[in-house]
Design a protein around this ligand. Structure first.
Ligand code: C2E
Ligand code: CA
Ligand code: CA
Ligand code: CA
Length: 280
């Protein structure tokens, strides 16, 4: 019992990563090698339109397909990538895989289909960021996609002039900006005036709390109210139950993501999902 508990805890904490890594190389070197070997791959989670159950787009979520450990969660390797500077080559590698995948199904993607990728502040602030994104944009055969840059508010986001200017340049070039994990940050809201934000993504910790109990929606009521007052388009994450869906429908939140609809899936499964769904 105790052993299982310890195993479970170490798994949850992501410490299990260590035991699979070759002891003669550092975790950062292992990750660098993994990026080179193409072990960091994109998974895709559909973003739904709750009004007609159509698929409005996808979010790209990184997975490490480790030859021995199996799939490693981004919670375990994204912080390592950020600390070691590998987040930039890692994200660049994902961007190119996404371009290749989306080009393969280009004609199946409706106009305005969202393709969202998560970016770390360290990358957004880098000199190469605007160029990386413009090259990425140029790579798509389908020019009618909505390319979404997801910027998390979870890490204290250091909103400096470089970050604002990079994101605003990309916005002017047709990218959509989504503020991720809305409501979890403590960075204050003042930067909302400086950035051209198109979407905010309500964190799953708020959505996940919603149940039959009347009080359970209080926190989310406030977050939605704030988002509405700021005239921001809302995406709800982590929708798992019919009760949560009903609540979001009542509140006119139409862009939805969550296990209730689809889990993140590998590319071939995304293709199956897209082909089985009538275009709307
Ligand atoms: P996120 O951007 O907030 O992504 C949503 C997370 O919620 C994903 O976890 C997704 O699998 C999970 N999720 C989606 N629907 C549900 C649901 O109904 N219930 C529950 N319990 N979870 C749901 P994942 O894939 O483990 O990613 C975790 C975080 O790692 C992401 O949170 C994001 O912050 C970061 N991340 C993932 N890929 C990348 C990446 O390529 N670059 C960067 N910088 N960060 C990434
Ligand atoms: Ca995200
Ligand atoms: Ca999020
Ligand atoms: Ca998150």
């Amino acid at each position: 019992g105790v052993l299982i508990f310890i195993l479970l805890i170490s798994c949850l904490a992501g410490w299990s990563l260590d035991k699979y890594l070759n002891k003669t190389i550092t975790p950062a070197d292992a990750l660098r090698r993994a990026i080179k070997n193409g072990e960091i791959i994109p998974y895709y989670q559909p973003v739904m339109d709750g009004r007609d159950n159509s698929i409005r787009g996808i979010e790209v979520l990184a997975r490490w397909k480790h030859p021995d450990a199996g799939f490693i969660s981004p919670a375990a390797f994204i912080p390592l990538a950020e600390k070691s500077g590998l987040i930039i080559p890692l994200t660049q590698s994902l961007m190119w895989q996404v371009v290749t995948h989306m080009n393969a199904i280009s004609s199946k993607l409706p106009e305005g289909f969202h393709v969202g990728i998560n970016f770390s502040a360290a990358h957004i602030n880098a000199a190469s960021f605007v160029e990386d994104c413009l090259k990425y944009q140029a790579g798509f055969v389908n020019k009618k996609l909505t390319l979404v840059l997801e910027v998390t508010e979870r890490e204290p986001l250091h909103v400096d002039e470089q970050l604002i200017s990079n994101l605003n340049t990309l916005h002017a070039n047709g990218f959509a900006i989504a503020l991720d994990d809305f409501g979890t940050g403590y960075s204050g809201l003042s930067y909302l005036h400086d950035l051209n934000i198109d979407y905010i993504k309500i964190d799953q910790s708020f959505v996940g709390r919603v149940n039959e109990d009347e009080d359970s929606t209080k926190l989310l009521d406030c977050v939605l109210d704030l988002a509405r007052k700021l005239s921001l388009t809302i995406v709800a994450e982590g929708v798992e139950t019919q009760t949560q869906l009903d609540y979001l429908n009542r509140n006119n939140i139409s862009l939805l993501q969550g296990y209730y609809f689809y889990k993140p899936v590998k590319f071939v499964d995304l293709v199956k999902i897209l082909l089985s769904k009538p275009k709307e």
